[in-house]
Design a protein around this ligand. Structure first.
Ligand code: TXA
Ligand code: MG
Length: 353
């Protein structure tokens, strides 16, 4: 299959381009598109064969459900059994935006889209091109992140093309993505809402609107034996090709330990990469050193993380050491989302020094 790539600057989509992309979805095909979090791999959420095509293109197990993307709040009604008060409040506060809600699904949503679950994940993304594309596509676009299953989610169209080129009909290139990690997922089917995947919308932000919000225990405990409630969270994920280890501790000890490990690896003929921060990057001696940004600016670190992991792949780095990015505000800030993704990318391999 020939994958057509078109560039659309946010807010500048031509009618023809949107129509072409929308028609592909309406005809059962797949289009990758930008959202504010990561690139999505879209297909018609109400067409079971389209969901099957998404699973196949990603190489993703079909028990891992897809998020249904909508472009108007009211479009939620036909696809869920009921819209609880909690969902109305969250939609008012955070949609369009990086928040996905889990609700009881209606008959309209095929089982293939929800991986056989009786619930559905719904999100209205905060990206103008995404919203216009969803509208042109008929209003319901199922979209996982547009990467081969297991690899870091793409934040640049070139990485979408690398993974999906030849497998899908079209890629809409919207440039570099603003947020860089996937949406927060909150389950509203329980009495107390539960965060199944941390993200840019933090626990504090949700609690500000809803009162008490829990966090799935499987997220809080690294490597927990308890199965996470979001099926996708159980898989090794976001992983670069190089073997990634997180080194946690005081700055001095971390720098010394990582430099020691890099030296050992060099002797073994490995190509070492390091993820540091603006204040430490210059002190590392490795084949490739990248700063995730200023430690105080979590949003910038979130934006850089997947790109850095992909760049190490481009460079053929075989072992990677990363500083830890603790969430200093407890379990609430984006630091938790960053560490959650980094831990999964490392297969929970973290060393304390
Ligand atoms: O930011 C995002 O959410 C991106 C962009 C493209 O919108 N999408 C994304 O989709 O991250 P994906 O498929 O890579 O991750 C969806 C996660 C998976 O962990 C999946 O298991 C979970 O959502 N999920 C989907 N439906 C669910 C449901 N009904 N119950 C529990 N978890 C669900
Ligand atoms: Mg994903």
């Amino acid at each position: 299959m020939n994958t057509k790539i078109i560039s659309i600057e946010e807010g500048n989509a031509s009618k023809e381009a949107l129509k072409e992309a929308g028609e592909i979805i309406k005809n059962g095909g797949l289009v990758a598109f930008p959202t504010e979090t990561v690139y999505g791999l879209g297909g018609n959420a109400l067409d079971e064969t389209a969901s099957e095509k998404i699973y196949r293109a990603k190489g993703r197990p079909s028990d891992n459900p897809l998020i249904v993307h909508i472009c108007r709040i009211e479009d939620i009604f036909p696809i869920v059994e009921e819209v609880p008060e909690t969902a109305k409040k969250l939609a008012d506060a955070f949609w369009p935006g990086p928040l996905t809600m889990i609700l009881k699904k209606s008959e309209k949503v095929p089982d293939t889209t929800t991986g056989g679950l009786d619930t559905v994940a719904v999100r209205m993304p905060g990206h103008k091109t995404a919203l216009a594309f969803i509208a042109a596509a008929g209003g319901y676009v199922a979209a996982p992140s547009a990467n081969i299953s297991g690899k870091p989610s793409p934040t640049l169209a070139k990485y979408v093309a690398e993974d999906m080129g030849g497998r899908i009909e079209m890629i809409i290139d919207g440039g570099e993505i603003a947020i860089g990690i996937e949406s927060t997922i909150v389950d509203l089917t329980e009495e107390i809402p539960v965060i199944l995947r941390p993200g840019y919308i933090t626990r504090e932000m949700l609690e500000g609107v809803l009162g008490k919000v829990d966090v799935d225990r499987a997220i809080l405990e690294a490597g927990s034996k308890q199965a996470p409630k979001a099926p996708g969270m159980k898989y090794k994920h976001y992983a670069p090709q190089g073997d990634l280890t997180i080194i946690s501790g005081s700055q001095e000890k971390v720098v010394a330990e990582i430099n020691k490990k890099c030296e050992e690896m060099k002797k073994r003929g490995e190509k070492a990469g390091v993820i540091g921060t603006d204040s430490t990057a210059a002190r590392y001696r490795a084949d490739s050193v990248k700063s995730a940004g200023n430690r105080g600016e979590e949003a910038a670190i979130a934006r850089a993380l997947y790109r850095i992991l992909r760049e190490f792949d481009d460079e053929g780095v075989t072992v990677i050491y990363s500083e830890a990015f603790e969430d200093e505000k407890g379990s609430g800030g984006i630091g938790q989302a960053i560490m959650n993704r980094l831990l999964k990318a490392a297969g929970y391999h973290i060393e304390q020094v």
